[in-house]
Design a protein around this ligand. Structure first.
Ligand SMILES: [Zn+2]
Ligand SMILES: [Zn+2]
Length: 250
């Protein structure tokens, strides 16, 4: 959840409506005060709670047209019903839009979904970069993330753990591909070579429970950041699947 003084946006809806409400309340928030939900792509771990949220909240749900089509198709296939969230609003990758006083800028990321995006969110002089679900970090994504005050980035798997882990080979290949997920090692490469060092907080997110360990992700990131002496201010945090992250305030 990204909050300015007047606007609250939920990025993705991968957990159930009930659990989402519980976590918002645990942070002292009111889920009914949400202004909008923005969706990165149609994979279940990003839209699982969408139908439930749409039933409870009379807010716009922002996604691209292709993501919407793919999502409608997958819900219809699994339940036989056509989902009908009250208010869907479409955006296009590369074109920013305003929700209240937060500007949302979506950009294309390399991932095996219909039209996946990452976001930067801008309000009150603060920039947040949010990117998960990408096989690698292309130059365009690096450009979008420059001068972010908070970076929320995928650190999906440890390559050794993935290779030796329980997934079938075809799934391992998918995860490791250019349209799969970002490994601890590839994220470390981004930190060592391309990161501008300006973020107050770096959140490692979308960690695999099977193929990663939080301390492996953290140490890979900190080692890479530590190679750059100017970056000592950066605080590295780990997002967990089971609970909300402590609020970060700027
Ligand atoms: Zn995905
Ligand atoms: Zn995902």
């Amino acid at each position: 959840m990204v909050e300015s003084s007047s606007t609250r946006i939920l990025v993705d809806a991968g957990i159930s409506c009930r659990e989402t409400f519980k976590r918002v309340r645990a942070l002292g928030g009111d889920p009914y005060s949400l202004s909008a939900v923005v969706i990165t792509h149609e994979h279940a771990d990003h839209v699982y709670g969408l139908v439930g949220l749409a039933r409870k909240l009379n807010v716009p749900f922002f996604m691209t047209g292709a993501t919407h089509q793919a999502w409608v198709r997958s819900v219809r296939d699994s339940t036989g019903e056509r989902p009908d969230p009250a208010r869907v609003e479409f955006f296009s990758s590369g074109r920013g839009f305003l929700i209240g006083d937060i500007e949302v800028r979506p950009f294309t990321i390399p991932h095996d979904a219909a039209d996946p995006v990452g976001f930067t969110l801008h309000a009150e002089g603060v920039k947040i970069g949010f990117v998960t679900d990408l096989g690698y970090v292309p130059a365009s994504v690096r450009d979008h993330l420059r001068r972010s005050d908070i970076l929320i980035l995928e650190s999906n798997h440890d390559l050794e753990m993935l290779r030796g882990g329980p997934y079938p080979w075809s799934v391992k290949q998918r995860v490791m591909s250019r349209v799969g997920h970002l490994s601890n090692e590839k994220l470390a490469e981004f930190f060592a070579r391309d990161y501008d060092g300006g973020a107050a907080f770096i959140v490692l997110a979308h960690l695999s429970e099977q193929n990663n360990h939080p301390e492996l992700a953290r140490s890979a990131a900190e080692r890479a950041l530590g190679q750059r002496r100017t970056l000592l201010e950066n605080r590295v945090l780990l997002a967990k699947q089971s609970e909300a992250l402590e609020p970060l305030r700027l």
